[in-house]
Write a protein that binds this ligand. Structure first.
Ligand SMILES: NC(=O)c1ccc[n+]([C@@H]2O[C@H](COP(=O)([O-])OP(=O)(O)OC[C@H]3O[C@@H](n4cnc5c(N)ncnc54)[C@H](OP(=O)(O)O)[C@@H]3O)[C@@H](O)[C@H]2O)c1
Length: 369
């Protein structure tokens, strides 16, 4: 009679064998599995389709995507409001952020070879320098090809090598939220050790802001609707925490945490419900990184506040490949890892979106492919 241990070893063996078959199919069969947006009567739906395997033309690279991650923008694209604005994503591949392994290269490819570990840049055509209209039009996961696919083809210019110490699941969280926080704090904000940084909530951009500010020797103060998330944020380096649900005038508390001086940096992701309050918490000579409108469209910037405090405000739109590479070097130097709440399987993509919708997560939501 077989023992329980023999049965469970056999079960593990079967799972591994099935995974190996699935992987061999993803690596070489003529078709691959890919999610696409499908227009429904009430917004978009996610559908899983079998499509022809893409081929790498000159300058292009074929990537076996190993993991993707969600951003608020991806979740919004499944909403009716996006369709109401007349944007058409029907048939496009969702998700801007993903990481994987190079499995084939086209002619004239010089930056990568088979086996390299890579992540896609958020803008596949913004390599360096100032943003351009063409660069911004190349944002992945909208009308330009996304990453929620077993395999993608992309120009080599739209990829970066990922830090050796990160798994594919960790690296998949970097392209949008990571680079945005990096730009807001360092490229545009010139963050210095000892400065106070205000982070709103504990989602993707703010969780990157927290680990970056901590590693840079700055003093992050973070808000959240959850005391449990605030406790975790303190473990990750927050020097001050405020529950914005229990304390409507949280900006007063934030200023008090700086002994009245105010915060030197804000990663402003909230928009309507947060912008004016965060501005009240800003120190003289501070930097206000305008990033998002999570709670609705933000009111106009109160110019008088900027004039009085001698502060500056910068509009952030993720960043270039050069920004991504600078961030990766910093993460490698400090051996930083992103905050990941949960990893779903490729077949559970809808559940990953649902978790983002209900808000009961901290940091990033990942899909392993
Ligand atoms: N401009 C750009 O380049 C850029 C790039 C990335 C993102 N964005 C935008 O930035 C925003 C954040 O994106 P994300 O991906 O980081 O979002 P996310 O991961 O979905 O963040 C969600 C979190 O935001 C927090 N939150 C919600 N309402 C809040 C409020 N009133 N005050 C403070 N925190 C609040 C909550 O934290 P708790 O659960 O802790 O309460 C929630 O869990 C979105 O509007 C997104 O579109 C812009």
């Amino acid at each position: 009679m077989k023992t329980l241990r023999a049965y469970s070893l056999a079960a593990v063996g079967t799972v591994l064998a099935l995974a190996a078959v699935a992987e061999a199919r993803a690596q070489s069969s003529e078709t691959i599995r890919q999610y696409q947006f499908a227009a429904g009567s009430d917004g978009y739906e996610l559908v899983l389709r079998e499509v022809p395997r893409p081929v790498a033309s000159s300058g292009e690279v074929l990537v076996r995507v190993r993991a993707t991650s969600l951003n608020r923008r991806d979740w919004s694209m499944l909403n009716e409001s996006v369709r109401a604005r007349g944007v058409n994503f029907d048939g496009a591949i969702p998700l801007s952020d993903g990481a994987g392994e190079v499995i084939a290269v086209g002619e004239d490819v010089t930056r990568f070879e088979v086996g390299d570990r890579v992540a896609g840049t958020f803008f596949s055509e913004w390599v360096d320098g100032q943003r351009t209209a063409a660069g911004l039009a190349s944002a992945r996961g909208a009308s330009s090809g996304g990453m929620l696919s077993e395999v993608i083809v992309t120009h080599e210019d739209g990829l970066v090598a990922i830090p050796d110490h990160l798994t594919y699941e960790e690296a998949a969280t970097l392209p949008c939220a990571g680079v945005t926080a990096w730009n807001g704090l360092f490229t545009e904000g010139n963050l210095q050790p000892g400065e106070y940084v205000l982070l709103e909530g504990t989602g993707g951009v703010s969780s990157f802001g927290l680990i970056f500010a901590t590693a840079a020797g700055a003093k992050p103060i973070i808000t959240s609707s959850s005391n449990d998330k605030l406790a975790r944020a303190r473990e990750l380096g927050a020097v001050g925490t405020v529950n914005y649900r229990e304390n409507e005038d949280w900006q007063v508390e934030v200023r008090a945490l700086t002994d009245g001086a105010g915060v030197d940096h804000v990663l402003e992701i909230g928009g309507r419900d947060t912008q004016s309050k965060a501005m009240e918490a800003l120190a003289f000579g501070g930097h206000f990184a305008l990033i998002g409108g999570l709670t609705g469209a933000a009111p106009p910037i109160p110019v008088g506040s900027l004039v009085r405090t001698g502060s500056s405000a910068t509009g952030i739109y993720v960043g270039s490949r050069a920004d991504f590479e600078a961030m990766n070097a910093f993460m490698e130097e400090h051996q930083l890892r992103p905050v990941i709440d949960r990893v779903f399987s490729f077949d559970e993509a809808q559940e990953a979106y649902d978790l983002m919708g209900n808000g009961s997560f901290m940091g990033k939501i990942v899909i392993a492919h």
